[in-house]
Ligand binder design. Structure first.
Ligand SMILES: [Zn+2]
Length: 94
């Protein structure tokens, strides 16, 4: 009989608020220069979590949502930066 594992850490999606295992979610964070990245290693600063579903990525990866969730005013949320973030999310969700 398998002994019960400790509860896996959970986080809620910033777009749909669904609570999932942390490992099932994309983690978006920003470095000291305000550059956004997905699943940074090692983790840097405050992070925001999002489902890997395209609908949640679209809703979460907006300037307003990211600035509010990360509590940073200095993020690079230009269309190019958001596009790069979406491309990174697509790559890690394969
Ligand atoms: Zn979601």
């Amino acid at each position: 009989m398998r002994s019960p594992n400790r509860q896996a850490p959970t986080r809620s999606c910033v777009a749909c608020r669904t609570v999932r295992a942390q490992s099932a979610l994309l983690r978006v964070s920003a470095d000291a220069a305000g550059q956004l990245t997905v699943d940074a290693r090692p983790p840097t600063g405050r992070s925001v979590y999002c489902c890997r579903a395209a609908t949640c990525v679209e809703r979460a990866f907006t300037p307003r949502t990211l600035i509010r969730a990360l509590r940073r005013e200095d993020l690079d949320v230009t269309p190019a930066a958001i596009g790069r973030l979406v491309a990174l999310a697509g790559r890690v969700s394969q």
